[in-house]
Ligand binder design. Structure first.
Ligand code: FMN
Length: 357
C-alpha cells in the first residue's frame, strides 16, 4: 500500500510529499533571489520534491512586488545558491516558471517591460499590491502580437535552460490561476481571431508550444505543468467548453510525455472546486505522474494515494509553518499554523524563523 512517506521511484523521490509552489515575495525589488530564500528552501529539503515560488521567465512576467525572475544572468547566479543549498540538504527542486501575464502592475515591473495578454481585457475583480501604495487597479494589458508570442516562447526556453544550468532538477510551467498560459486557454480572456484564439485547438496552441519547446530544450522528463480547471482565482471563470478544452489539452500533454501534471483545486481557499469528471479525465488521460494540491491534510493525502487519485500530494501552507513537516508526520508531532500576515512581507519574520519540533 502506498503512503506519503514511501519513496517514489518514477521521479526518484525519497517520499511522495511535494512542497507546493508559494510566492513569498522575498526577492529584491529588482526581482533577484536573496540569501534568505536559500535558507528557507534548504530548511524544507526533506520534502520529496520542492517546487519553487512562481519565478518569471521574462521581464514582462514579473507583475508582483519582489517576486523573483530568471531572465538575467544575475538572477540565475542567485538561484544557483538556492539549488545548491537544497541539494546539499538532500532535496530535489523544480523551479516554477510563472509569467504573470495580465495579472501585473507596471510599478512592480522593470523599466521598458510590458503587460501582455492574449487579448486587451483587464482583470476587473482583482487588484494588485504595490509597495508603499497598497492595492491598486490593474491596467488593461496589451494584446500580444505574433512577435510577442514568439518572444515569450523563447523567453520560457531560455529561462528553463538557465534553471537547469544552475542546478535545478526541472521546471514546472505555471498553467493555472489566470497567469499567461492559463489566460490563453479560456475564451473569457482569449478573444483572438488568429491562430491562437477561437477554437479549442487554437486556444491550446500557445501553452502547448511552450511545453513542447521547453521539453525539447531541457528534456521532457524535466518538465511539469500546473493546471487549475474550473478555477476562479486571477479573475478567471468557468467556461462552457472547459471539459473538452482540458480533455484535448491532457491528450496532447500525454503525447508530449512530460514528467507530471500538477492539478490544483482551490476549494479550500473558498474558490470553485475541480469537478469530479475533470479529475477522473486527467487521471485517465495522462500516463505520467499526477500531483494533487489544495487543502490536503496528512490523512486526506494518504486517502487520495490509497484511492489512486494521484501519485504525489503537494502541501502549501503546512510547509510554511513546519519546515520539518516530514519529521513531524513520522514522529506524530503536532503541526504549527502559518501566519498569513507574513506570507508576502520582506525579511525573515514569518519566513525562515519557524522552528522545528
Ligand atoms: C502564500 C501562498 C503563495 C502561493 N503562491 C503560489 C505560486 O506562486 N504558484 C502557484 O502555483 N501556487 C501558489 N500558491 C498555491 C499553493 O501552491 C497551494 O496549491 C495552495 O496553497 C493549496 O495548498 P495547501 O492547502 O496545502 O496550502 C500559493 C499559496 C500560498 C498560501
Amino acid at each position: 500500500m502506498k503512503t506519503l512517506l514511501d519513496t517514489y521511484k518514477r521521479l526518484d523521490l525519497k517520499n511522495r510529499v511535494v512542497m507546493a509552489p508559494m510566492t513569498r515575495s522575498r526577492a529584491t525589488k529588482n526581482h533577484i533571489p536573496t540569501d534568505i530564500m536559500a535558507t528557507y528552501y534548504a530548511q524544507r529539503a526533506s520534502a520529496g520534491l520542492i517546487i519553487t515560488e512562481g519565478t518569471s521567465p521574462s521581464p514582462n512576467g514579473v507583475g508582483y512586488a519582489r517576486i523573483p525572475g530568471i531572465y538575467t544572468d544575475e538572477q540565475a547566479k542567485a538561484w544557483k545558491v538556492v539549488a545548491d543549498e537544497v541539494h546539499k540538504n538532500g532535496g530535489k527542486i523544480f523551479m516554477q516558471l510563472m509569467h504573470s501575464g495580465r495579472l501585473a502592475h507596471p510599478e512592480n515591473m522593470p523599466k521598458g517591460s510590458r503587460i501582455l495578454a492574449p487579448s486587451s481585457i483587464a482583470p476587473t475583480h482583482t487588484k494588485m499590491y504595490v509597495d508603499d501604495k497598497g492595492m491598486l487597479e490593474i491596467p488593461v494589458p496589451e494584446e500580444m502580437t505574433m512577435e510577442d508570442i514568439n518572444l515569450e516562447i523563447s523567453n520560457y526556453v531560455s529561462a528553463s535552460k538557465r534553471a537547469i544550468e544552475v542546478g535545478f532538477d526541472g521546471v514546472e510551467l505555471h498553467g493555472a490561476n489566470g497567469y499567461l498560459l492559463d489566460s490563453f486557454l479560456s475564451p473569457h480572456t482569449n478573444k483572438r481571431h488568429d491562430f491562437y484564439g477561437g477554437s479549442i485547438e487554437n486556444r491550446l496552441r500557445f501553452p502547448l508550444a511552450v511545453v513542447k519547446k521547453v521539453s525539447e530544450a531541457i528534456g521532457k522528463d524535466k518538465v511539469g505543468i500546473r493546471i487549475s480547471p474550473n478555477g476562479t482565482l486571477g479573475d478567471m471563470e468557468p467556461f462552457d467548453e472547459q471539459f473538452e478544452t482540458f480533455s484535448h489539452f491532457l491528450e496532447k500533454l500525454n503525447e508530449l510525455e512530460i514528467a507530471y501534471i500538477h492539478l490544483l483545486d482551490l476549494e479550500s481557499f473558498g474558490q470553485t472546486a475541480v469537478p469530479q469528471n475533470i479529475r477522473n479525465m486527467v487521471r485517465e488521460k495522462f500516463q505520467g505522474t499526477l500531483i494533487l494540491s489544495g487543502g490536503y491534510s496528512q490523512n486526506t493525502g494518504e486517502e487520495a494515494l490509497k484511492n489512486n487519485e494521484g501519485d504525489l500530494i503537494a502541501y502549501g501552507r503546512p510547509f510554511i509553518a513546519n519546515p520539518d513537516l516530514i519529521d513531524r508526520w513520522e514522529n506524530e508531532s503536532p503541526l504549527s499554523e502559518a501566519n498569513p500576515d507574513f506570507f508576502y512581507t520582506p525579511g525573515e519574520k514569518g519566513y525562515t524563523d519557524y522552528q522545528t519540533a
